[in-house]
Design a protein around this ligand. Sequence first.
Ligand code: ATP
Length: 266
Amino acid sequence: IEKESDRNKDKPNISFDDVAGLEEIKEELQETIDFINNSFKYKKMGAKIPKGILFHGPPGTGKTLLAKAVAGETNSNFLYASGSEFVEKYVGVGAKRVRTLFEKAKKDSPSIIFIDEIDAIGTKRNLESNNEKDQTLNQLLVELDGFNTDDTVIVIGATNRLDLLDEALLRPGRFDRHIYIGNPNTSAREKILEVHTNNKPLDKSIDIKDLAKKTTGLSGAQLANIANEAAIIAVRNNKKLISVLEFEAAIERVIAGLKIKNPTIL
Ligand code: ATP
């Protein structure tokens, strides 16, 4: 007998409430959510549901999280694939993997297919070559054109480099909606820090607004990392509550880590 937990294993328990500071983008995605939740209305009206959305922007800004939240908001299956996996791990079978992915999505529809790092397969093709990457990209184009609107399948691609993508991928009917997700501003950082601290015991010394001001230039992923580091430092210091001291140490640690990796930033 299939267990409830197994049946729901590809359905993320993530909603728009978990995605902080991207209000306008969530607003924009409401249309897609409505397409999925009321697909029959659109079909009856003879309208084609747009199938491809591209999230682009710097790393760690919540692209994956947002795609999962779209699945969560629509009770859709979430199928994750990474562009680099197609061409690195599965040499010779990238195209087959793409085909299988779409088959599964159609079978379990409504589905969201999320292709992270789509630039790994989606960069401009070389007309003469027939290499692994280009074969995989060609198959992806075939799949995007092939599935009809009876299948409620939305494909979300994510990239840091929109400029590198093959134009064929961006044509109408393919990834024709582009949503830029940038690093959070001060008020967005405040909201992200709130989401990542609301399950943590904080003492009164903590002023989230102030922490948001001290973290200019950091991404959502880095802010989540800071909140977690602060909790770890508090445990190590035998504290019952996390104080501003732990947060400051965590901010320093995360920023120092970034400086080691890339001495030119911050
Ligand atoms: P990459 O381009 O590196 O794949 P990404 O844009 O897909 O990054 P995510 O993987 O979605 O970024 O973000 C990593 C983690 O950072 C999330 O799981 C979440 O914990 C946190 N995070 C990032 N952005 C937000 C946000 N806007 N609200 C809440 N949490 C966020």
